[in-house]
Structures are given as structure tokens and as C-alpha cells.
Design a protein around this ligand. Structure first.
Ligand code: NA7
Length: 540
């Protein structure tokens, strides 16, 4: 229920933050303590960003919980996740814990979706309007909309005709939905599809998974954590957090300093076995340093993954569809997922796979899904079809800058954002975890804090220097885009149609949306700019 009361006077703020996930809450806490007047507008009714919206059965973070939290001892010292990889309920419990400690909610307006923001070039302020008409003016707008806040629902004929529940994973009903005894269809096999399928396979009468591209899911090695495990974890926390800043992806592990091709076959095999047993993203982001660059190196990793995976699937036809002999794309250049028993569920009688490359969906009917060869009845349809990632949450807002153009229009030909934080023509608008920043490759809370701190420092600098306006230059954002393009050139990322390159959304310009140089290199660039009086930005 929306309990917000309409305000008559327009509130004036130093900073309006959009989004109450990891990034937005960090901004609120830090800026407030520095004496800025700051509020968050949050579209959901609760805290957590993606963990508010993605409450589908099985939703779970693919980072270890120990490092999927703020690195602040006052927050981690007396909080424990009960699983190594916590689920959405625990993440919500974490956000409540943070709120209890930092008293954040009092400055958050929930149920408030930002619809538009217009820059006033005379006053150097933004006028921000929510869908309920509530309006504020703010000197700065910091968008913390996350990489996955705009769900993508494909234009499947008849989708709105279906009589039963049909939900996107990222818009899951807060009251939940029980799969027990139901005939469930899951469309999509990204991280969300894998997680929801594992859960539905337990209780559904039947589960039919509609796969277009096979995911390359890696073993999660989930563990329940008891008091002894918590105590052990606590001992290592400070070190683990300290290591994040030096790693490519903001984790406490990094690529090995050697090539997959320079070692003997035996050493390669032993290394892969070790990473596989350790679980998580180590087989992806803690592996040989050329796996994401060199096709021959990648082939060795893919062959290992394929053989391990196929060994778990009894039916050889299914094994070929789920883990094909010849890779659909190089391993790891499309986001892998962590799985617990995803490949094993296909040995159950109640689980079926539809290969959409052989039999595409033609339409959804009142009672089910029609593919090119048959029609099947379902009680529930789950759309695990992903997001207009990285940019979608930003371009969903009508942002009007200094030349009358919206940001949506500007980026319709491709993203330009200097250091991934600001774009020319839109002064005083900053992005945390935005496109062309390490977001997407980076452990979320790491980026929220580390990139977030740089933004806080910038605003502090502006205030101390008596400045009112910061804007990226067109030259700098073009150069940054070229830098991103240059970095991605020698990699294998362009060999998959992934959301990393915008290829999952029809019509979206194909370009690398993330910063592929890793967190340390990104931070070096920031520091250089800051030490050169914020080169690449005009401050006035
Ligand atoms: P993803 O990873 O983008 O996965 C979406 C899935 O939906 C993927 O398997 C797609 O197949 C499939 N898809 C998309 N459109 C269609 C249509 N029209 N028909 C059939 N199948 C379709 O989204 P997730 O929500 O799983 O994960 C997003 C991120 O959240 C993830 O990367 C993590 O960072 C957390 P495709 O592969 O495009 O052939």
C-alpha cells in the first residue's frame, strides 16, 4: 500500500538518490553523515533493490554472502547469513539489519517510481518527478538503479491471453506463488531460469523448461553455516574485504597469473579440478588469465565443463542439448550461473526440456504454450527472460538535459559515459554501477562502496570548492567508450549474444556495456582524473 502523502511545497535537496539497493543506501548513509540533505526515491515498497523485486522461488545471490555485504565492521560484526550463498529472504534480513543500524528508512520515500527529471541550467538543479506527481528539486541526482531493474518481456504472441499466473522473475508477486502440484513452464535459462527451475522441480507436477541457448552453469557448492562456521568466517573478513580492491571483479580471488596453454595438460587438469571443487565463480574469474581472451585456452575450459556436466545427465540427447559437444559460445563470455542441482533435475520424470532452436514458441494460448510442433497446457508460466540490463533502469526515466534531448535519445545510438559515471549534456547526474563502469562484472556491494565513495568524494570536493555543476565532456566520454572498445577487442566477449553487449534486447545497439578492464584499472583511471582536477569533466 502506498502510504506516501502528497506534499504541496516542492522539497529542495542537495542530492536525490534513486534506488534503495546496495548502491543507493551507501550513498544515503555517507552523504547524510557529511551534512548533505539527501533522500532516496525507491519504486518498491521495501529495501534491497533487486532483492526486493526478485523474490521468485530459489532467487539467490551468486556471490558468497561473506563478501556480499558492506565491508563495514559495524555492519558485518553481528550479522550472519545461514548459507554460504544466501537466498533473497536472507538478503532482505540483511537490509533490515543495515536499516536498524543506520536508520536509513526515514529518508527513503518508498512506492515512488521516478518518471522524469529535467535540468534547469540557470539554477543548476534537477526537478525530479515521480509517477504519483511528487516532485523535488535537487542539485545532484545520483542514479542507483542497478543493472537489472528493467525486466525484459519478449513480444510473444498471445502472452496476455494466458488464463493462469504468468510472471517475470524480476516482477515476482510479493505474496509468492506455490508450484506444488502445478504444471509449470519456465521460459529462459539464464541465472534466474536456472534458480527457479531448481525450485520448481521439487514440487511441480511437471516442469517444462524452454531453452534457447544452453547456459554454462557452474557448481555453487552451497553450504549451511553453523556457529563454528560463522566464527571462522569472521576471522577472515577484514582480509577478504581488503583483497577485493585488487581483484578484477571485486571478489577475494582473481585470475591466475598464467596461461592455460603454458602449463602441462596434467597441471591444467589439476587446476580445473581444484577450481571446480572450490565452486562458485572461481572456474570463471579465478581461472587461467587467457581463458576469456584466447579461443584455444577457452576450448580447454569448455571441454572440462562439458564433460563434467554431461556426466550428470542420463539421457544423451538431453546431455547434448544442455552441454553440447561444440560450444554455443566460448565459456564465460555470457554470464554463467551457479547451480546446485540444475543438471540433475533433468533425470527426474517430471522435468522436460524444449529446445527452442528446434521448435520455437509460436504463441501463448489461454491454456498453455504452442511451439512449432505441439501445444502444451500449463498452470503457471515463468518468464525468466532477463533484463534491459545496465542501461534500461536509467533510460526508463525521462531525463532531459541541457539541449532538450533525453538520455534515452542520446544513448539510442550507444552508451557514452565518462568513467561510467556521467554523460555530456546531463550535468549533475551521476550513475553508480552504471554502463561502462565495472558493474556487471563486479561483485555488487564492492562496487556500491568503492565506486560510490568516489562519487561521494566528488560531491564533497564540489561543495568545498564552492562549485555547483559537474559535467562530463563529449571528448572524454568518447575517449572512454573507445577505451572500453579497445579493451574488449582482444577478448572473446563479442562471440556471444549476451546482455553484456546489449544483444538480448532487439534493436539495442551492440556494444560492450561494462568496463572490461577490471576494478583496479578502473580505479586508476578515476584517481588520475581526480588528481588532474577532474580531467574529463567540466566543474563550474
Ligand atoms: P538472462 O541471463 O538475460 O537470461 C535470459 C534468458 O531468457 C536466456 O536464456 C535467454 O535466451 C532467454 N530468452 C530471452 N528472450 C527469449 C525469447 N524471446 N524466447 C525464449 N527465450 C528467451 O537473465 P536472468 O534474469 O537469468 O539473469 C540476469 C542477470 O541477473 C544475470 O546475468 C546475473 O547477473 C543476475 P538466450 O540466452 O538469449 O538465447
Amino acid at each position: 500500500m502506498n502510504t506516501n502523502t502528497p506534499d504541496t511545497a516542492v522539497e529542495e535537496l542537495d542530492v536525490l538518490v534513486v534506488g534503495a539497493g546496495f548502491a543507493g543506501l551507501h550513498q544515503l548513509d555517507r552523504l547524510r553523515k557529511l551534512g548533505f540533505s539527501v533522500k532516496i526515491f525507491e519504486a518498491g515498497a521495501g529495501l534491497g533493490g533487486i532483492w526486493y523485486w526478485n523474490c521468485y522461488p530459489g532467487a539467490r545471490v551468486d556471490s558468497e554472502g561473506a563478501i556480499y555485504q558492506y565491508a563495514r565492521e559495524d555492519l558485518w560484526r553481528d550479522f550472519d547469513y545461514t548459507e554460504l550463498y544466501p537466498g533473497w529472504q536472507e538478503l532482505r534480513r540483511y537490509f533490515e539489519h543495515v536499516d536498524g543500524k543506520l536508520d536509513l528508512s526515514r529518508d527513503i520515500r518508498f512506492d515512488t517510481r521516478v518518471e522524469s527529471a529535467v535540468f534547469d541550467a540557470d539554477a543548476n538543479t534537477w526537478t525530479v518527478r515521480a509517477t504519483d506527481g511528487h516532485t523535488v528539486t535537487a542539485r545532484y541526482v545520483v542514479l542507483c538503479t542497478g543493472f537489472g531493474s528493467k525486466p525484459y518481456i519478449p513480444p510473444i504472441d498471445g502472452l496476455d491471453r494466458f488464463d493462469g499466473p504468468c510472471h517475470h522473475t524480476g516482477l515476482w508477486p510479493q505474496e509468492g506463488l506455490d508450484f506444488t502440484g502445478k504444471r509449470v513452464a519456465v521460459i529462459g535459462t539464464g541465472a534466474s531460469g536456472v534458480q527457479v527451475a531448481q525450485e520448481a522441480a521439487k514440487d511441480a507436477a511437471s516442469l517444462t523448461i524452454f531453452q534457447r541457448t544452453p547456459i554454462q552453469a557452474l557448481p555453487m557448492r552451497q553450504k549451511q553455516l553453523d556457529a563454528a562456521a560463522h566464527s571462522d568466517l569472521k576471522k577472515g573478513m577484514s582480509d577478504r574485504f581488503a583483497r577485493r580492491i585488487d581483484s578484477f571483479s571485486g571478489f577475494d580471488f582473481d585470475f591466475l597469473p598464467k596461461s592455460a596453454l603454458e602449463v602441462s595438460e596434467e597441471e591444467r587438469r589439476e587446476t580445473y579440478e581444484k577450481l571446480w571443487e572450490e565452486g562458485g565463480f572461481r572456474f570463471w574469474l579465478g581461472t587461467f588469465n587467457d581463458v576469456l581472451f584466447d579461443q584455444a585456452a577457452n576450448d580447454t575450459a569448455y571441454a572440462f565443463w562439458r564433460d563434467k556436466t554431461r556426466a550428470r545427465i542420463a539421457d544423451p540427447v538431453l546431455a547434448e542439448k544442455l552441454a553440447p559437444e561444440v560450444a554455443a559460445h566460448p565459456l564465460g563470455v555470457k554470464r554463467p550461473s551457479l547451480e546446485q542441482n540444475f543438471y540433475d533435475i533433468f533425470n527426474q520424470d517430471n522435468v522436460h526440456l524444449v529446445d527452442l532452436r528446434e521448435t520455437p514458441i509460436e504463441s501463448v494460448t489461454e491454456t498453455g504454450i504452442r511451439t512449432s510442433d505441439t501445444e502444451q497446457e500449463f498452470d503457471i508460466i515463468v518468464l525468466a527472460t532477463g533484463f534491459d540490463a545496465s542501461t534500461g533502469g536509467i533510460t526508463a526515466i525521462d531525463l532531459e538535459g541541457t539541449d532538450g534531448q533525453t538520455l534515452r535519445e542520446k544513448w539510442s545510438e550507444g552508451v557514452r559515459a565518462h568513467l561510467g559515471v556521467a554523460t555530456a549534456g546531463f550535468p549533475n547526474l551521476l550513475f553508480v554501477y552504471g554502463p561502462h563502469s565495472p558493474s556487471g562484472f563486479c561483485n555488487g556491494p564492492t562496487c556500491a562502496e568503492i565506486q560510490g565513495d568516489l562519487i561521494v568524494e566528488t560531491l564533497e570536493h564540489m561543495r568545498e570548492a564552492g562549485l555547483q555543476r559537474i559535467e562530463a565532456t563529449a571528448e572524454a566520454e568518447n575517449a572512454w567508450r573507445d577505451h572500453v572498445t579497445e579493451l574488449v577487442g582482444p577478448t572473446l566477449f563479442d562471440k556471444a549474444n549476451s546482455w553484456y553487449v546489449g544483444a538480448n534486447i532487439p534493436g539495442k545497439p551492440r556494444q560492450m556495456l561494462l568496463y572490461p578492464g577490471g576494478l583496479p584499472q578502473y580505479l586508476d583511471n578515476w584517481r588520475r582524473s581526480a588528481s588532474e582536477s577532474y580531467s574529463g569533466f567540466v566543474l563550474s
